[in-house]
Design a protein around this ligand. Structure first.
Ligand SMILES: [Zn+2]
Length: 377
């Protein structure tokens, strides 16, 4: 049996009272972050070499205690969460100095709210399978779709968030989660990820992205159109955008749809990757390439944009459950005839594969998946 570190995310159902406390904590952690950022900026003005005068992580965390003396309302919320907020700012600065990030920004009052807290002396723990104790909140109800896997390990940290759709979520990082190998099936599969179908398997089966995604994508486009129309009108009438109720409403609708799409997509990727790892012993895929990366950064569509993430999920799930993912060179997988091995650009017409040499016909993506499986042997 292996033990792994695993991240879980589930819906959280706070009571009205807990909800008030959560909103307060969102506000206080943001306040600490912004206040310390403001101080750091003042400090930067005084010195030409900001890095040398930059506070240490301990300075940041210690200043939280000072802030609490000045702003008494900070004492009402989880102090570890306030410290974590200060640490996050320190981290953002470190990344900036390492040229990994832009200069840290002030946190705005946005539709996405969250804070992170860490376990100290078992203060974060499960009371039952469906209730968790969180600092300053007490026991909060949650939806556990992970069964015992969720409650057996040691919780390291927890992030509580409220997304644009208004729903609350709990993300926890758990150490020492026991995992068992999944039973072997003696079936191997090549997988080609594509745009027309989310994935084509070498046995001819296709995996489709959920229809709900296309439905929401359509709604999102409409909502975005409404938003830009309302912004244009407000500008024309010289009204401030934050005063225009119609603009704000449209903005919320766009954010809500983004959140919905994110959840449907995540759910699909999680379920599909688990199903594949369960059903097959060896999964062959094209190695992560530039195309995947560009997709995840720039893709506008919704059904795509997920390849890199999907490959990562398959990779770690195979490790957990005793299965294998083999990465093959993506060169020519779509142009090679799976039957005679002929490589020709002319072999492929859109979705159709027809070999110019031996006249073998197949769905283009299925043919590619077969080549991927062959290359993994
Ligand atoms: Zn051929």
């Amino acid at each position: 049996m292996k033990q792994i570190v695993k991240a879980f995310k589930c819906r959280l159902y706070p009571t009205k009272q807990q909800e008030q406390r959560l909103q307060k904590t969102f506000g206080c952690t943001r306040f600490v972050y912004n206040h310390l950022l403001h101080l750091a900026l003042e400090r930067k003005k005084l010195s030409k070499v900001a890095k040398h005068y930059f506070p240490s992580k301990a300075d940041f965390v210690n200043s939280v205690a000072l802030l609490k003396e000045v702003f008494a309302f900070l004492k009402e919320v989880d102090s570890i969460a306030l410290q974590a907020s200060a640490e996050a700012l320190h981290e953002a600065f470190s990344r900036y100095f390492n040229k990994q990030n832009r200069f840290p920004n002030f946190k705005k009052h946005s539709s996405f709210k969250s804070y992170t807290t860490k376990t100290v002396n078992h203060n974060i723990r499960f009371v039952t399978k469906h209730r968790i104790t969180l600092p300053k909140l007490g026991s909060v109800r949650l939806k556990n779709s992970f069964g015992d896997a969720l409650t057996t390990g040691q919780i390291q940290r927890a992030t509580i968030s409220q997304e644009a759709d208004g729903a609350y979520y709990l993300s926890i990082l758990v150490k020492n989660v026991p995992v068992h190998d999944l039973p072997k099936t003696n079936v191997n599969q090549g997988i080609d990820l594509g745009l027309a179908h989310f994935a084509a398997l070498s046995d001819g089966v296709f995996l489709e992205a959920p229809r709900a995604l296309f439905h929401y994508e359509h709604q999102l486009k409409q909502a975005q159109r409404t938003l830009s129309r309302r912004i244009a009108r407000a500008k024309k009438e010289k009204r401030a955008l934050h005063d225009s109720k119609n603009v704000q409403k449209a903005r919320q609708q766009v954010a809500r749809l983004h959140a919905k799409i994110k959840h449907v997509r995540q759910d699909f990727l999680q379920k599909a990757s688990t199903a594949l790892v369960r059903a097959y012993d060896v999964l062959a895929l094209e190695a992560l390439n530039v195309r995947d990366m560009l997709q995840s950064t720039y893709a506008k569509g919704i059904s795509d944009a997920s390849w890199a993430q999907f490959k990562t999920m398959l990779h770690y799930k195979a490790l957990w459950y005793g299965k294998t993912v083999k990465w093959v060179n993506p060169a020519y997988t779509s142009q090679t005839c799976n039957k005679c091995g002929d490589i020709d650009q002319m072999n492929r017409f859109g979705q159709q594969f027809r070999c110019t040499k031996c006249h073998h016909e197949d769905h283009a993506d299925t043919n590619a998946a077969k080549n991927i499986l062959k290359a993994a042997r």
